[in-house]
Design a protein around this ligand. Structure first.
Ligand code: C5P
Length: 208
């Protein structure tokens, strides 16, 4: 493997990017960071402290105190944590407070896989491989519905769909496709097909 393989995997919620990122990390023996968890953790911390999620300064303050142990929290995988995350993620001060941690992760020797929204554009625009994973919103809603119900959460699919539509809109300013990103639409693909397609794209880009 080359000295430093950094793979940026961006795309909207429930597009399949998390699964793809995990499988790429396994295949190339790279550490992986699910950057959505950072935003979820900050939102959760604010909720736990009784802070207003619309308070930009409080959000930045909390993000500056970010600690790794915040990520060990089962609640971060819930629908509510995702909603909280996307409310606080729009604040530039919070985003910049979380930037260094992500950039250090990307710069570690040997490389890394990071999944998120702005990895290929803001966090690691220099990454040699950038994937943009997308799928039709109804398909994404169905996937998220099955994931959450599979974990025992009681959710209504139409509400998940509405969440995702609103989330896409809120996330849009910080969710740009890097000009040199390879695009993969997973709408008609099952997990194995999506992973295989992503692997083939990465191999082609870096000749491994
Ligand atoms: O990917 P995930 O659903 O865990 O992300 C939760 C929310 O965190 C997103 O909807 C988005 O608002 C925010 N986020 C972000 N930038 C990232 C990762 C997540 O703004 N790199």
């Amino acid at each position: 493997m080359s000295a430093s393989l950094v793979i940026a995997v961006d795309g909207p919620a429930a597009s399949g990017k998390g699964t793809i990122a995990k499988r790429l990390a396994g295949e190339f023996h790279l550490p992986m960071l699910d950057t959505g968890l950072l935003y979820r953790a900050v939102g959760q911390r604010m909720a736990d402290l009784g802070l207003d999620l619309d308070d930009e300064q409080a959000a930045e303050r909390v993000a500056r105190d970010f600690a790794l142990e915040w990520l060990v929290d089962e609640r971060l995988r819930t629908r509510m944590a995702g909603e909280q995350a996307s409310r606080v993620a729009r604040f530039p001060g919070l985003r910049s407070a979380l930037r260094q941690f992500q950039q250090d992760f990307a710069r570690q020797p040997g490389g890394a896989v990071l999944d998120g929204r702005d990895i290929g554009t803001v966090i690691a625009p220099w990454a040699p491989v950038k994937l943009w994973i997308d799928a039709e919103v109804a398909v994404r809603a169905n996937r998220r519905f099955r994931e959450l119900t599979g974990r025992g959460e009681t959710v209504v699919e139409s509400e998940i769909l509405a969440d995702l539509v609103a989330r896409d809109q809120r996330d849009a300013p910080n969710m740009q496709i890097a000009p040199n990103a390879i695009r993969l639409d997973t709408t008609d693909l099952n997990v194995e097909q999506a992973v295989a397609a992503a692997l083939a794209m990465v191999r082609k880009r870096v000749h491994i």
